[in-house]
Structures are given as C-alpha cells and as structure tokens.
Ligand binder design. Sequence first.
Ligand code: MN3
Length: 207
Amino acid sequence: MAYELPPLPYDYAALEPYIDAETMRLHHDKHHQAYINNVNAALANHPHLAALSVDDLLRDLNKVPEDIRTTVRNNAGGHSNHSGFWKWMGPPNTPSIGREPTGAIANQIATDFGDFESFKKTFNDAAAKQFGSGWGWVVLIDGKLKVVTTPNQDSPLSQGLFPIFGNDVWEHAYYLKYQNRRPEYLAAWWNVVNWDEVNRRFATAKG
Ligand code: MN3
C-alpha cells in the first residue's frame, strides 16, 4: 500500500497572516507530495517495508536495505514530519490555537522551563541556529521536555524519541513571506500552534 498525501485539515489561507497561502500550497501540494512519491518509488520492490506505517519504518532504519536507506531516511522522514506538522498547526484566533499553552503540556512547560516565554526562547534559539535545513523539536527525555534539532528530514523517531511537536526551518517553509528572516518566522509561528493536538501527542509521548 503506497503512502498517500493527507489532506490539509484547513484551507491554504487558514494560517494567514503568519503563514501565507502560497507557501502552504507549495509546501503541502508540492514538497510533501514529492517526499511521498520518492519514498513510494524507493519501496516499490520492498512490499514488506511499504506495508509498515511511515513512523514504524523510521523507528528502525537498519531494516531498510543500504542502497535505499538514505532515500528512505530523507523521504519517509519528510512524509512523517509534515504529516504531523499540518496537524499541530491551526487557524489563529480560534480556541486552543496560539496564545498560551493549555492542559498537561502547559504544566510540563512550567515545570521544566519556568514559564512559556523561557520555553519559546529556548526553542526559537535552537531552531534559529540549526545550520541549513532541518527541524526544531520538543521531545520527552527521562520525563522532562527537551528541545532538540535534527538536520534535513531526520525524524526524532529514528533516535528513539517521539516528536511531540516541532517547526520546519527549511527555507521552503518561510522564504516567500519572511525571506532570510528565520527568527521572525519562528516568533510568528507560535500563533498557529494547535495546543489540543500538542496535548494529544504529549499523552502519547508519556505512554
Ligand atoms: Mn517542509
């Protein structure tokens, strides 16, 4: 069963003014679709691997034959990362989107970072410093929230970590609107974080 592009759970323009419609259209319809096409092509002759969920594939890349491992790491990673990304964002100025975190994640942020501002600063600093393309992530390590980054489309799943949420700092995620101003994009992005979805994933991370 080949992987398929999940529909965006909102309109292309829904994240305006923080993320523009044209960026969303290209990012979802072209970039995400390309990762899916590439991983499907790589797995075309490996039905036992293609039968796995994309996340299970990423949890153990050693089971992927060496000649396609880098292609799978990059493109299955791209598929998994973006599938989560669309869902942990949502239209600003609607309940549980943007503003302050809610629920269990709010308490965990307060415990581990003191307050939301310190947490955001830690995340934004790490993501701003990620050299070239990559992602900033929030994961749980030994019961504490940690901010980590990965290069390219590497998934935290391949390091045994569950990505609670994260932000895409590839230029394709922000260049049309923010050009080279990655820190401005990072600051604006918090306005579209879907805290209900983050709380669902936080519960999964806790197991
Ligand atoms: Mn992207």
